[in-house]
Write a protein that binds this ligand. Structure first.
Ligand SMILES: [Mg+2]
Length: 196
């Protein structure tokens, strides 16, 4: 049986945070914010920025909408090279994303075709509309018989690991201070250490 690896999209394949920071001129209201300052994946939980979850989401959404016809969000360094190696080893590669498909299906497909042509067999959208509750990725993995995943969200990664899914966590400012460990969780600095 061929093994499938699920690969998260934002910050694992696409440097979307960098793009969003430029889009907002490195500012949240009057405060300057750099990539390294974002030490919590849920930026609305960082009291210094005074955003609620809805406002934080809206900031990301407007940045993503700006890239719809440009496709200028950059791919993550080394990702394509290492994905090709995994493909050569016989793995089937699929993307799983929390992006809302109603809003971003076409954009996401075009961006992937431009930056990762002929790599992925499928893009799985965890959320179809804004109205629906997020389903944990661990639950989705179980439904799809997935046991290998690459993530940047420390909470998702830990939940996946605890549910028996071997998970690589790529180091980012928003996860590098997290102390949790698990036998199924492999923390790496960058793509060139991903080695299923
Ligand atoms: Mg991500």
């Amino acid at each position: 049986m061929q093994k499938i690896i699920w690969v998260d999209l934002d910050e694992v394949l696409a440097e979307f945070v960098d793009y969003a920071l430029v889009h907002h001129d490195y500012k949240i209201y009057w405060k300057t914010v750099k990539r390294e300052d974002i030490v919590n994946y849920y930026i609305h939980k960082m009291v210094e920025y005074d955003l609620d979850a809805k406002q934080a989401m809206e900031r990301f959404r407007t940045a993503m909408l700006e890239d719809k016809d440009k496709l200028e969000v950059l791919p993550v360094t080394w990702a394509i090279e290492w994905l090709k190696k995994l493909k050569d080893k016989g793995y089937i590669l699929k993307i799983v994303t929390a992006r809302v498909s109603d809003l971003f299906w076409e954009y996401t497909q075009k961006w992937i075709d431009k930056h990762y042509p002929n790599i992925f067999e499928e893009i799985v959208f965890a959320n179809h509309s804004l109205a629906k509750e997020d389903k944990p990725k661990s639950e989705l993995c179980k439904e799809h018989w997935i046991f290998h995943m690459i993530e940047d969200n420390p909470d998702y990664a830990l939940d996946l690991a605890e549910n028996g899914i071997l998970t690589y966590l790529l180091e980012k400012p928003w996860n590098k201070l997290r102390p949790e460990t698990h036998e199924n969780l492999i923390k790496v600095k960058s793509w060139d250490e991903v080695n299923f």
